[in-house]
Design a protein. Sequence first.
Length: 274
Amino acid sequence: MSHDGVGVRIGVIARPQLPPEHLPAAARAAEAAGVDDLWLWEDSFWSGGLVTSAAALDATTTLRVGLGLMPVPLRNPALAAMEVAALSRLHPARFVPAFGHGVRAWMQQAGAAVDRPLTLLREYATAVRALLHGQEVTAAGQYVQLDGVRLSMPPAADAVPPILLGANGPKALALAGEIADGVVLGEAPTAEAVASAVQIVREARAASPLAATPLHVVGYVEPSADAATQALDLVAAGLTAVVFTSWDGDPDPRPLFEAAGAARAALSLEGRAS
């Protein structure tokens, strides 16, 4: 089963409250359980997301690791591209970065808040995506200024990771459809909410130069009592990755494996029937 040229995946989240020294074992357990993806995120002021992503990737061989979200005010886009390129070369096709404008209160604590966060996100994601595709980038934006920057070691052409944006409101959703390879819905509570968000993304995508490229739609969701039906409904609404999390429970992903297994089995049956 696929949407927009992207195969459907089932993932789980290791929340940033999980101590980093426990993450490699959790990642190995996810891989052994047959989970497609392990997603992390970079809340302030827990462990750095790129370091923890590297730890999870190093501990596994087939598991895909997503990092969503990285708050863009905290990291220069040239440095972000260098770091993402290195992980993509070390672990081809196994790392997916996603960027967001960050929680304003945390950005203020770090002295990094900006007045126009969506402008920053547009400039930042455009630059990072171009750099990862091996382009030389000169930018004189409101927030991003680069002068003839080109990565010396970009990812291989067939292993450039998709660049995703975190989005909830309509402006951010449209931005993701326009300039990125997809979107992370930080909460995907119902199929109806997902379908509404995906419609905005796809409408913006249709008018974008990226219209013909695959579109990734990742949604974070707390598993219901019937995770199999829940996953089928969310995929029908437009998700290409159903990622289970527990907002208030254990930050370790292992309690989510049962829901992920039920969802994967249901999608496999649906795929054989279609």
